[in-house]
Design a protein around this ligand. Structure first.
Ligand code: ADP
Length: 517
């Protein structure tokens, strides 16, 4: 409902208005006052005020300012067709001045007039709300905003941040009629360092306005940097092209960027020094490793030489000794000497693999080897141990699987795997050998039903001197066999894996090697 305050002393006019409202079912809620004093007593807020010109206690001009002070639109409806009165009323803020004609035609115009006025008022309220919002945003933002028309040299708007960023201490210095865009340009180019004076923050008169867009950073005196963005305003307020420039003080950011750059330079030099040190250390480590290797190979050789006659002689002495106690002691000596030689052999293999002498051998002594025959030869060597432990060995490798390899390497790989399978099997266990080939590689597996491995063991089993707990007290175990195997497989460009379903569930070692030449 539209709340209307109608100030009218003539009851006939009042009734005529009511009749019109009823006839057209207008959504009006009307409150009548028949004098100025009566009207002044009303403290209701109305959407619109209709009022006669002459009232018993004065003219409407006496109170019109009070009536419109809260922006309520006022329409004067009067029989006084007096132009001076009309002008006075409109000057004091009345929105319209309607003449009551004898046929009461004005009543039919009035509703349209009221509708237009209320609509305009609504638009005005929204416009004001919007501009207040924009204004308060512009005044509180840290970005400097500056609106201007380069062609007419007119400055339309600037905000407080604009003044702060460009260090314009006294805004009034530039305000007033004499303020032009050229004045601002002059002040700004004065502040910019000479070598950056060409930075086109603003379009000039020669610029193609329709395409103009500027985005950059200007270096300003006293070590400041100011980022700017200039573009043409889409909805121009006037006929001439209008631009907005937005500024941001990026001095802090630039300083941070500069320090970051310095840090990165320092970091680069530290990294270079570190790299150099790491390289020096690597060379030292290489040297040490080479020396250690040389030592291992020398010790291996030195140990092996005196052991050979001992290992040949001790079993002979034992077998010819009749005293059982001496025989037992000779057996212990024999086992010890064998163990030391096996350790010396393994150390020698590791040393030779490390220093590259096996690589030379590999190239020099390779020949075509038969996989099945190599397996049989090794099993034959272990027959006494196999029989002693009542093991079953099944060789499922077909005949005629050939590989071009150094036979010593193949023998060492197979020997270690088969020896382990025998050593870590339970009495009466089963060992299966299997092999095959495809167009460019051969593969073989050594599986046993023995003590098995945990996942941790399988991940470390190829490490030097690694022994699973169960093998620690085994005098024959030294933890180097599988290291040698893996190194030999890699030397021959192959691949080795181990799988076990867990402790007590056996193990399977699988090797694949390229066929070679
Ligand atoms: P060594 O057998 O001389 O100790 P290896 O390098 O050949 O050295 O083996 C390392 C360890 O891996 C052994 O001590 C043993 O505990 C474990 N191992 C090797 N082969 C098997 C296998 N077939 N079944 C169970 N454990 C094994």
């Amino acid at each position: 409902m539209i709340r209307i305050h109608y100030i009218e002393d003539n009851p006939v006019d009042q009734h005529a208005f009511i009749r019109e409202v009823e006839k057209k079912s207008l959504p009006y809620l009307i409150d009548f006052s028949s004098s100025l004093s009566d009207a002044q007593k009303k403290d209701t807020v109305y959407d619109l005020i209709l009022c006669d010109y002459f009232l018993p206690d004065g003219t409407i001009l006496d109170i019109i300012s009070d009536l419109i002070k809260d922006e309520t639109p006022v329409i004067v409806v009067t029989g006084q067709a007096d132009i001076t009165n009309a002008i006075s009323a409109l000057k004091l803020g009345a929105k319209d001045y309607l003449i009551k004609d004898l046929d009461r035609q004005y009543l039919s115009i009035l509703p349209t007039q009221i509708e237009i006025l209320l609509k305009n008022r609504q638009i005005e309220v929204e416009r004001r709300w919007m501009s207040t919002l924009l204004y308060s945003f512009a005044e509180t933002t840290p970005f400097g905003i500056y609106l201007y028309e380069p062609e007419t040299d007119r400055v339309i708007y600037w905000n407080a941040a604009f003044l702060t960023i460009w260090e314009i201490p006294d805004a009034t210095r530039f305000s007033g009629d004499h303020l032009t865009h050229s004045t601002i340009c002059h002040h700004i180019s004065d502040r910019i360092e000479s070598r950056f004076a060409e930075v086109p923050i603003f379009p000039t008169k020669k610029t193609n306005y329709s395409r103009y867009q500027a985005d950059g950073e200007a270096r300003v005196r006293e070590n400041k940097t100011i980022r700017f963005l200039t573009s043409r305003v889409q909805y121009e307020p006037g006929p001439s092209p209008c631009f907005v420039s937005v500024f941001e003080d990026t001095s802090e950011l630039s300083r941070a960027r500069e320090s970051l750059y310095q840090y990165s330079l320092e970091l680069e030099s530290i990294t270079a020094t570190l790299d150099q040190r790491v390289q020096e250390r690597n060379l030292q480590i290489d040297l040490l490793m080479r020396k250690t290797n040389e030592m291992i190979v020398n010790i291996g050789h030195d140990l092996r030489t005196p052991l050979t006659p001992l290992i040949a002689l001790l079993p002979f002495l034992r077998d010819h000794e009749s005293d059982p106690e001496k025989q037992r002691l000779l057996s212990v000596l024999c086992d010890g000497a064998t163990k030391i030689r096996s350790l010396a052999d393994a150390a020698l293999h590791v040393g030779c693999l490390e220093d590259g002498s096996y690589q030379d051998e590999e190239n020099r002594d390779s020949c075509l080897c038969d996989l099945r025959e190599a397996m049989i030869s090794i099993i034959t060597g272990y027959l006494p141990a196999i029989e002693k432990r009542e093991l079953q060995v099944s060789n499922k490798t077909p005949e005629d699987i050939k590989i071009f390899i150094n036979p010593t390497h193949l023998r060492l790989i197979l020997d270690n795997l088969i020896h382990n399978a025998i050593q870590y099997s339970h009495r009466g266990g089963l060992i299966v050998l299997h092999g095959g080939n495809d167009s460019d590689s051969i593969w073989f597996c050594v599986s046993d039903s023995g003590i098995g491995l945990t996942p941790e063991d399988t991940s470390r089993i190829f490490d030097e001197f690694y022994k699973v707990d169960s093998a620690r007290n085994n005098l024959q175990a030294h933890g180097l066999g599988l290291t040698v195997v893996k190194k030999l497989v890699i030397l021959n460009s192959g691949h080795i894996t181990v799988k076990s379903a867990g402790l007590g569930k056996g193990s399977r070692f699988s090797v694949s090697l390229p066929l070679g030449r």
